[in-house]
Design a protein around this ligand. Structure first.
Ligand SMILES: [Zn+2]
Length: 259
């Protein structure tokens, strides 16, 4: 079965460090290929505790959209789990150059465990098993960050990782399912960390018109506003299907998106 499972839906420092929601990113399975995206703190434990259990040794790859800790905290231990303690050289790590070079989040000795490290770059195509994906232009975020377009079947999926809003953004991600990291309820002028707000999400989906928008990676203001209520309001305003992810939520990629 092909599916996306939201291991964790916490975003930004407060929600992650207090674990008001789990952090841990997303598990994507397409056919027989398993890819972990943004293994934040707790990813390993949440995988093993999830029902049914997700087995990290079944992973074919791990992808970091960027090196911030809420996206990468468990990357080293997950590589170790994927490679059965480093004894089975296997899997691919995809990460932006700055996650590997300056102040790296992936330990050097752990890099030897994987079969291959692929550096993410702008507007590039990648493939791992049955999952083909591409990056768009670099996001506007403190560190090198990419969103992803997954050319998966039967549904295409796009993921907009952390970024400040920029005019091209609504045109870059055209997946039928659009996952958006929305940290803030309201925009913050000159915000130093650079994240999307619900207002930005509205501009994006009104142009991109995905069949299903999934909000995740919530900061404190989103948690307080109840993400499901915010999603329902957005759905009413936009006339598009919008849901808020919850920890452990699974989307079957074969399901009819209208229901
Ligand atoms: Zn970030």
């Amino acid at each position: 079965m092909s599916f996306i499972k939201f291991i964790g839906t916490a975003g930004a420092r407060f929600v992650v460090t207090k674990q008001l929601r789990s952090s841990g990113g997303v598990w994507l399975s397409v056919g027989k290929t398993n890819l972990y995206i943004d293994p934040g703190p707790g990813a390993l434990v949440r995988c093993l505790n999830s029902k049914p259990k997700l087995e990290p040794s079944a992973l074919d790859g791990i992808l970091l959209t960027h090196k911030h800790l809420d996206h990468s905290g468990d990357v080293n231990i997950l590589i170790e789990a994927m490679t059965e303690g480093g004894f089975k050289k296997r899997g691919v790590l995809f990460a932006p150059g700055d996650a590997l070079e300056e102040d790296p989040v992936v330990l050097k000795y752990v890099r030897n465990y994987v079969e291959k490290v692929e550096v993410l770059k702008e507007n590039s195509e990648y493939r791992i098993g049955e999952i083909q994906f591409s990056t768009a232009q670099k996001h506007q975020h403190r560190v090198e960050t990419y969103g992803i377009n997954f050319k998966t079947s039967p549904r295409t999926v796009s993921l907009i990782a952390d970024t400040k809003f920029f005019p091209d953004l609504p045109h870059l991600y055209r997946g039928e399912i659009l996952i958006i990291h929305v940290v803030r309820l309201k925009p913050v002028v000159d915000e130093p960390i650079e994240h999307l707000s619900i207002e930005d999400v509205k501009s994006i989906i009104e142009k991109a018109k995905p069949k299903l928008t999934v909000l995740t990676h919530f900061g404190m203001t989103m948690i307080k506003a109840k993400p499901w209520a915010v999603a329902a309001e957005l759905e009413k305003e936009s006339g598009l299907r919008v849901i808020a992810a919850s920890d452990g939520m699974k989307i079957d990629l074969e399901r009819d998106l209208e229901n």
